[in-house]
Design a protein around this ligand. Sequence first.
Ligand code: DQA
Length: 147
Amino acid sequence: MKIMVIEGPNLNMLGIRRPDIYGNMTLPEIHEKLSVLAKELGAEINFFQSNHEGEIIDQIQKAYGVYEYLIINAAAYTHTSVAIRDALEAVGIPAIEVHLSNIFSREPFRHVSLLTPVCEGQICGFGYLGYEMALRIAVSRLKGVGR
Ligand code: DQA
């Protein structure tokens, strides 16, 4: 079970950036916890973060034929990027969209996600736990549980 976590702009600033909204954990800390959980669940997990839209698209394309599931927090590009949406649709790899914050309780421009329609579902508002839930769901789906 090969799973890739893709993260967008400014998520490399976690720990510094608005801890009141995003919590105190840094991105390496989140990745470390997810790596431990993935091992427990018998999955292989890899991570990619970029502040650049095109690099995220390249990574989604490279995942084709390699990864079986994507967990994506495209950060601000969630609300703007038709190109990331199209890349997810093009590769057809099942994906879960994750947001640390509850995007629906924030500014109106965050209420719209261009990505949810091409993902299996979305988890938001639970901080790091959302990633953990997404990983557990991804593994279950790959095992055919809950279908
Ligand atoms: C975010 C929510 C986005 O609106 C924001 O631009 C981010 C982070 C989240 O994880 O809560 O950068 O994706």
